[in-house]
Design a binder for this molecule. Structure first.
Ligand code: MN
Length: 244
């Protein structure tokens, strides 16, 4: 039986007078999860965080997607001029899903904003804009098709990403924020050539991986990121087996 992967939902604000907000995740997350042998299930954002525990009862792995910028007040910083749009409710909901997943030792794949929230949850901080990063020289907001890789990432020895994707591999890049101080329990396992953190992992857990690139978008253009998704789904399958 396929494991169920919970996709932590986002809110999309209509930028017109209606102010309507839609619960959603990008279809790439759904498609990539389904193609990797799992059943995707979107967990809609709720503002009463007491509901999240039961919302997550039926899932075997948590995928945290990309989204708006993280509220810097959540990691003890004032907003800088370069900060983008922030919607704190999405941060609070998604942080709660990660907290509960870690509490249950459930597999987690945290993508883009997901890796940033994972870091903040563990007490880490972010660069609010890449212009703050000393020595930053690469273009991390590519102007190319979303499935096409634009920069190289180098993975640490003994890491999950290296085992699955190799010592050095190309990724796409769509971010203007990045990890600064690394949270407790996390280990940086991949960087781009200018030193920007591109992956973290949590030792002592079966599968907790955060990546700054968008593997789900690359899945629409080929199989390079399939091993990452399959390993995540495999870990969710083992979690499902232990739970029953
Ligand atoms: Mn990048």
């Amino acid at each position: 039986m396929e494991p169920i992967i919970g996709l932590a939902g986002n809110l999309l604000e209509e930028r017109n007078s209606s102010g309507i907000e839609r619960s959603y995740v990008n279809d790439d997350y759904v498609a990539a999860t389904a193609r990797s042998g799992a059943i995707p299930l979107i967990l809609p954002l709720v503002r009463d965080l007491r509901l999240v525990e039961r919302q997550m009862e039926g899932i075997h792995g948590l995928l945290v997607p990309g989204g708006y910028d993280v509220d810097p007040l959540l990691y003890g910083e004032e907003p800088r001029a370069e900060l983008g749009y922030v919607y704190r409710d999405t941060d609070l909901f998604q942080l709660e899903t990660i907290r509960l997943a870690l509490k249950r030792r459930m597999p987690v794949l945290a993508i883009c904003k997901g890796i940033q929230l994972l870091n903040v949850l563990c007490g880490g901080t972010l660069h609010q804009d890449l212009s703050e990063v000393p020595g930053r020289s690469l273009k991390h907001d590519q102007e190319m098709k979303r499935s096409v890789p634009s920069h190289t990432v180098t993975a640490e020895e003994g890491s999950i990403v290296r085992r699955l994707l190799g010592a050095s591999f190309p990724t796409n890049s769509f971010h203007h924020q990045t990890l600064k101080e690394i949270g407790e329990g996390l280990r940086v396992t991949a960087r781009s050539a200018d030193g920007v953190v591109e992956a973290v992992e949590m030792d002592g857990f079966p599968f907790v991986v955060g990546v700054q690139w968008h593997p789900e978008m690359m899945m629409s253009g080929g199989d390079a990121m399939l091993p990452l998704f399959q390993a995540f789904v495999g870990a969710a399958e083992r979690f499902m087996g232990e739970a029953t």
